[in-house]
Design a protein around this ligand. Structure first.
Ligand code: AMP
Length: 214
């Protein structure tokens, strides 16, 4: 099962992707997480990506495609995966099609106010990268990760001024992927405005049904 999770920053793709992989026994691969890991480890790739990410811009296709191609060639991808955050441009989608045959692209949608609220309230563990939300999914102790007790921070690219830029970049460069996958007959669309903290079971039922009916 090879699924692409599409949708605007803040729509909750990463959260849905994690729950999908738990149910189907596959893995999730997030290009954003891979970049952040590289930045944390101060690799050459991380050094190239950091400034762009902090400004809300995309990392160039060439670098991103190479990183994802290498990741997708590893053994643990055999049973399937959900891609979160990749592809993000038409050239990336075309490159991906050369080495992976995807089963479906799910476009997750939500109203703009909900997306803004999800983005500005998100907090991430500095140590293990687990995500929380000040309103929808608060940690047991404010500012502390439930899983590893690491410090919870607001990601540098989730500061209000960077969020605006990311949403603009999404509209210009990533939204065209919706038509790209529609034309290939691979697109499924799901609108989720409900709060994951309260309606998790119902939301995931909707997501799993879309996958099972494919
Ligand atoms: P994300 O966690 O998916 O929101 O990604 C965080 C940041 O990493 C994005 O704002 C981009 O700067 C960069 N990034 C992640 N995935 C890609 C991609 N497929 N192409 C280019 N840049 C990306």
């Amino acid at each position: 099962m090879k699924i692409i999770a599409l949708g605007s920053p803040g729509v909750g793709k990463g959260t849905y992707a994690k729950l999908i992989v738990e149910k189907y026994g596959i893995i999730t691969i997030s290009s954003g997480d891979l970049f952040r890991e590289n930045i944390k480890n101060e690799t050459e790739l991380g050094k190239k990506a950091k400034e762009l990410i902090d400004a809300g811009h995309l990392v160039p296709d060439e670098i991103t495609i190479e990183m994802m191609k290498e990741r997708l060639s590893r053994e643990d991808t055999q049973k399937g995966f959900v891609l979160d955050g990749f592809p993000r441009t038409i050239p990336q989608a075309e490159a991906l099609a050369e080495f992976v045959e995807v089963d479906m692209a799910i476009n997750f949608k939500a109203d703009k106010e909900i997306i803004m609220q999800r983005l500005t309230g998100r907090r991430t563990c500095k140590k293990c990268a687990a995500t929380f939300h000040m309103v929808n999914l608060p940690p047991q102790v404010e500012g502390v990760c439930d899983k590893c007790e690491g410090e919870l921070i607001q990601r540098s690219d989730e500061l209000p001024e960077v969020i605006e830029e990311r949403l603009k970049v999404y509209e210009e460069q990533t939204a065209p992927l919706i038509d790209y996958y529609k034309e290939k007959g691979l697109l499924r669309e799901l609108t989720i405005n409900e709060d994951m903290g309260k309606y998790k079971d119902q939301i995931m039922e909707k997501v799993f049904t879309a996958i099972d009916n494919n």
